[in-house]
Design a protein around this ligand. Structure first.
Ligand code: NBP
Length: 496
């Protein structure tokens, strides 16, 4: 019997569609699922005339694969992946490859990679983005693991992945062990930011201008024009979904949807990683906290009866003007969010020796994935020109956006707040730019001296405060002091 070139375990939504995608690209595929009835149904309904072999035991599954065996796991992330690895490795041979394509936590992937490598197996942890449709028609893929492992599946991955407009496949070797899952995690964090930023624009249009969901959908739809800097999948689906009517009625569906946003964890992991690596990502953090706040529906209902709603006396706001301001504000806020995400990738690349190629990563997000956007072509060019760029905000083509749109973002924030709309991601994006653009953070001076006052934690003083170009850690241009706050005369002591 013809051996299959690839095996897939886990016939959930993603697994079924990925199996069909691989078969469509000419591969013989074996499939297995923990619950056999799902395999039976898949076999009956979807693969009658296809080169997909259903199997009903792990032994049958492993035996059906050509060597070296390549097995894709698409099961629920977490313990299920470890359990499955334990079940399948006694049946496999050294040199065989296991590919975890679920949304696994990158530190689990690093651990699994080491564990399996120690036993002689190859292991890839790959992020897959694009949901059900992406899995079927072409997802963006972010594989990490041994290079020799990637070489075994490069051809397959390039065939099944999405293709950008220039026909480049949306997949490339990301780096060792957990690099692929790390990059997928950041992709999802950026996605959280994008979604919340758009939501804040919608809310502002509703409250400041009193527009209906349908009217807002029409505005947003125009932002998806080919030559618009905001043109993206998320803008497209926001407009389309906001036009949807409740079944058989004239109400917009979105107005009836509960204001509760669930999440599965990748956004939270992104924020945790940022805290661990000390890289500020205020926009993405605000997006995660906004989802958490949305889940506190009962609390909001109770407290909103007591907390006075804030709204300044209705100012006359010109619709066309606000739409223009919102467009430019959203573009800059998005740019700020991507600058944060890319800075986190740079830091993680050093910390975990991922050796990330930012240009390839962004290039691979141009199609197939949820954050696909025209804007990513621009970011690709930026990293092509300068792979070591300090911040996306200062790339020449984006510095102009910062210069031109900063006052629009400030205006938008003012209008939204006046209308009583909370816009934490817009605030986060704006403050991030202001902080990075501040050679002296006065708030930090105050905090430093407060810490010394109550805890004798010391503070730094630059030798020459008149020289604004002094850099703290360079050439020891600073000294550490402590003021003896409790002693008369408050003598200052030099600590180093
Ligand atoms: P699920 O995440 O719901 O996983 C369903 C599959 O996991 C089924 O085959 C199920 O088998 C299997 N499974 C579970 Br649940 N527990 C298991 C265990 N202890 N041992 C073995 N198998 C187990 O479905 P999905 O939405 O297809 O997602 C698959 C992976 O892809 C997840 O990691 C997800 O985060 C990731 N992902 C999903 C999307 C998306 O849009 N859905 C996008 C990108 C990535 P059963 O049939 O026997 O219960």
């Amino acid at each position: 019997m013809q051996k299959s070139q690839i095996g897939l375990v886990g016939l959930g939504v993603m697994g079924q569609n990925l199996a069909l995608n691989m078969e469509d690209k000419g591969y013989f595929v074996s499939v297995y699922n923990r619950t056999a009835s799902k395999t039976e149904k898949f076999a009956q309904d979807k693969i009658q005339d296809k080169k997909i072999q259903p199997t009903y035991s792990l032994e049958e599954f492993v035996d059906s694969l050509e060597r070296p065996r390549k097995v894709i796991l698409l099961v629920k992330a977490g313990q299920a992946v470890d359990d499955f690895i334990e079940k399948i490795i006694p049946l496999m041979d050294k040199g065989d490859l296991i590919i975890d394509s679920g949304n696994s936590f990158f530190k689990d992937t690093i651990r699994r990679n080491q564990y399996l490598e120690g036993k002689g197996f190859l292991f890839i942890g790959t992020g897959i983005s694009g949901g059900e449709e992406g899995a079927l028609k072409g997802p963006a893929m972010m594989p990490g693991g041994q290079k020799e492992a990637y070489n075994l599946v490069q051809d397959l991955f390039e065939k099944i992945s999405a293709k950008a407009l220039d026909n480049k496949p949306c997949v490339s070797y990301i780096g060792p062990h957990g690099a692929g899952h790390y990059v997928k995690m950041i992709h999802n964090g950026i996605e959280y930011g994008d979604m919340q930023l758009i939501g804040e624009c919608v809310w502002t249009f509703k409250k400041a201008l009193g527009l209906t969901s349908e009217e807002i959908a029409e505005i947003i739809e125009k932002w998806n024009n080919e030559d618009d800097v905001l043109s993206s999948y998320l803008i497209e689906i926001t407009a389309e979904s906001m036009k949807e009517k409740d079944k058989g009625k004239n109400n917009s569906l979105v107005d009836l949807v509960a204001d509760i946003t669930r999440m599965k964890g990748t956004g939270t992991w992104t924020v945790q990683s940022a805290l661990e690596l000390l890289v500020p990502i205020p926009t993405i953090t605000a997006a995660v906290f906004s989802r958490e706040m949305s889940q506190d529906k009962d609390l909001r209902l109770q407290l909103s009866k007591k907390i006075p709603s804030y709204r300044e006396i209705n100012k006359d706001i010109n619709r066309e003007e606000l739409v223009g301001i919102a467009h430019d504000a959203l573009y800059l806020a998005k740019l700020s969010s991507y600058a944060q995400g890319m800075a986190l990738l740079q830091a993680a690349s050093e910390k975990y020796n991922f050796n990330l190629n930012l240009k390839n990563i962004v290039e691979g997000w141009r199609a197939g994935c949820i954050i696909r956007a025209q804007f990513l072509d621009e970011i690709t060019k930026v990293y092509q020109d300068n792979p070591k760029l300090l911040s996306l905000l200062v790339a020449p083509r984006f510095l102009d956006v910062v210069k031109n749109n900063l006052s629009k973002l400030a205006q938008f924030i003012g209008i939204a707040h006046s209308a009583g709309v909370p816009i934490p991601t817009m605030d986060g994006s704006f403050d991030y730019i202001l902080q990075l653009g501040s050679p002296t953070m006065v708030s930090a001076q105050v905090t430093a001296i407060q810490r010394d006052f109550f805890g004798a934690h010391g503070y730094f003083k630059l030798k020459d405060m008149d020289n604004p170009e002094m850099i703290l850690n360079k050439d020891k241009q600073w000294k550490e002091f402590h003021t003896q706050w409790m002693l008369p005369g408050r003598p200052e002591e030099e600590w180093s």
